[in-house]
Unconditional design. Sequence first.
Length: 232
Amino acid sequence: MAMANPSSDGGDPAANLINLTPRQREVFDALAENSDELASMYFGAVAVLQQTQNPDRIPLCAHGLREVMEKAPQFLKITISISTGPSLGTKVNEIKTCWTTTVAKSKCRVDGKWVGKIDGHLSKFLRRAEKFFEFHDQKFPKLVQRAREIARHFDPLKGRLPEPLANLRASGWQEMDEYFKRVAHHRIIQTETEFVRWVEALELFLLDGLRPRTATDQAALKRIIEEAEQNG
């Protein structure tokens, strides 16, 4: 299904047509029913993936989907009971700056080796490192809890899943988030076939919560998708 870019301000209409699959259209509509902002983020991610002449389209799509996942609690009004605090990247940059200063100024650093008594610069870095690892140990459980609360929102059984299965869904949310982060930052290179599998997994996860479907719905959607694929 082709649809006009909702953010288009004119120009060549053909350039603003995006071919959405039946599932993508359903995801877009389900998001739009809850948040225009999230729907626009998702549309932008799908749109850039279709720019076949764009060599960076997969990482850009991954970034857009990461934005959808990150902003979902805000725009879907998902209650998150804990604050995860600063990002891990922020804290890593802080300790890296401290490390660079220590290496440059500490008298304990001689010809690439650490010698002698601990001076003020090295002592400051060690204190900072200790706080960093305390932060890391506290942050991971918070991230897990955050994922659980988000996954609970998208639980098709609305909280009735057994805890081990609920934990698996939360783990799946975290895995998808980490995957799209790695692709967006060019840490891993993916073929389009590999990448689309992850995109489809996220789409189905979102639909589970936004539009839980009955067996009749699933059969009807399967027929629509099969017909679309046969028609090319």
